[in-house]
Design a protein around this ligand. Structure first.
Ligand code: G3P
Length: 226
């Protein structure tokens, strides 16, 4: 499983990239608003992110209709080679995805919650599909179960002829809220987990690691004084 960072913060991206495991970035309008982003700076901001990571950087369209999504998608894809256009899972989004995929533009279909939505996204040519895990937990359902179902269903078929470049559609486990979601996504075989900065930090820690290191340091002091 690859790690993407789910943030629009350049500082977080720079720091997390230095940890060596970040293969891409996902953003959305909420994440851009959270850093105080302005509409006129959006494309330049995406361009900056694209210089910080080699892998795919998801930038989301905001138009409600297919024509608007396609126009925005083309503009976003022109920012840098590693932009993946994030498109919401609606009928208009599916229509836009098919057009963008036919033009060789990679689409990350977002706000996916069901097997049927995921299959439709794949058939419309999405390069990535993003099932949301945590938002199911918010409504007292088990998001991991839905993620597992989507991975199994997509694995039953070959969608490579549907996508922009003949590659297999990849599942991005999204709306990840804690290290347990990350572990469950990996056990389920998600291709990618897109993880907030704070959760990624937590993934690297374990109380037994902390305790073990403290014991090594204390014992090394004894060695130095022996
Ligand atoms: O990648 C989508 C993700 O950012 C949604 O996360 O926590 O808003 O459900 P959340």
């Amino acid at each position: 499983m690859k790690f993407f960072l789910d943030t629009a913060s350049l500082e977080e991206i720079k720091e997390a990239v230095s940890w060596g495991a970040v293969a891409g970035v996902t953003t959305n309008p909420t994440l851009y608003a959270r850093i105080g982003g302005k509409i006129q700076d959006f494309e330049e901001h995406i361009n900056k992110i694209c210089t910080l990571v080699k892998g795919p950087v998801s930038a989301e369209v905001t138009a409600p209709d297919a024509a608007g999504m396609v126009a925005q998608g083309r503009e976003l894809a022109a920012i840098a080679k590693n932009v993946a256009v994030k498109v919401p899972m609606t009928l208009e989004g599916l229509a836009a995805t098919r057009i963008l995929a036919n033009e060789g533009i990679e689409v990350n279909m977002t706000l996916v919650f069901s097997v049927s939505q995921a299959i439709l996204a794949a058939r419309a040519g999405a390069r990535y599909v993003s099932p949301f895990v945590g938002r199911f937990d918010d409504i007292a359902e088990d998001g991991v179960v839905h993620l597992v179902n989507i991975i199994i269903a997509l694995g039953n078929y070959d969608f490579s002829n549907d996508g922009p470049k003949g590659e297999r559609i990849e599942v991005i486990a999204a709306s990840i809220r804690n290290p347990s979601h990350v572990s469950q996504a990996a056990l389920a075989g998600a291709d990618i987990a897109t993880v907030p900065f704070g959760v990624l930090k937590k993934c690297a820690t374990h109380p037994l690691t902390t305790n073990g290191l403290a014991a090594f340091e204390a014992d090394w002091e004894k060695v130095k004084q022996a």
